[in-house]
Write a protein that binds this ligand. Sequence first.
Ligand code: COA
Ligand code: MG
Length: 301
Amino acid sequence: MQTFGADAEKAEMNRSFLFVPADSERKMKKAGDAGADALILDLEDSVTPEVRAEARLMASAYLRGKQNVWVRINPLESEDCSADLEAVIPSAPTGIVLPKARSADDAGALSRRIDELEQRHGIEQGQTRIIVLCTERPEALFTLGGYVGVTERLLALSWGAEDLSAAIGASATRDEQGSWLPTFEMARSLCLLAAAAAEVTAIDTVFTDFRDTEGLLRYAEGARRHGFSGMLAIHPAQVAVINTAFEPSTAEIEHAERIVDLFDANPGAGTIGLDGKMIDRPHLAQAKRLLERAKQIRNNK
Ligand code: COA
Ligand code: MG
């Protein structure tokens, strides 16, 4: 049996999520060798309406017996959404990626639809998780505090710039240097904050220039420093780059261990100096988090 990374419960371990158009037999065959922690079979934007019914059957067949394979369905209010769910839930995907959410209410409503389908197909209640693309619609940006406690199924929030740019009529999402334009950088930050508030992980969006692996590495390293725990990929060549970028480096691990050791050696201290810099409790929490993540990734290899 093929597995992609470990149990999705350990969400922090998912560094790379590779999108695979579910209408492509060829790409689905290839996807398993890409080394991605998770795959997302796409039934939405990369699949045309004419072949969607066929793609659903292909996705459903592909899913059986696989681990950490997700399905991006069509938006909740679309007719396609119900057909997507009915086709794939019986094959027990790890979870559903919900695009174009209007607010957290869409995630709640999706969760209730899944409840019913899990029951009907004898799948353990709550097993199917949800990742929400939470910034693809302008109105959604004003609701991002709503993900707190919305459903136990929620594993992560991610975001998208392309649909948002189409909705607002922006002709570009990045400047000449490749940095996000302010509206998109804001959406990105809000996704990160919404995920932190809801105590789920944040996954950064796709890097569309799939031949530019150097640019991707710089971007992905920046994304991890920002607080994202993983990133969406669109091409197999992006996976190894993303995996490397989201793994704590040896130097970072050593630094975190020094911080933990320092506080262990000084149990009463609230703040300590290290290499001429002030270190306090938030640094300790951060160091422990990094070490936990490094351990999980190591155990997962
Ligand atoms: N998953 C699996 N295999 C993929 C893949 C993917 N996402 N993207 C490309 N491949 C395969 C190709 O089929 C090709 O295999 P082949 O040599 O056996 O034909 C190989 O990797 C090299 O591909 P390449 O020629 O470099 O790219 P392409 O021009 O065929 O495809 C894209 C470019 C962008 C169309 C393609 O990468 C893709 O479909 N990405 C996913 C798009 C998506 O899901 N979008 C929705 C989310 S934004
Ligand atoms: Mg889209």
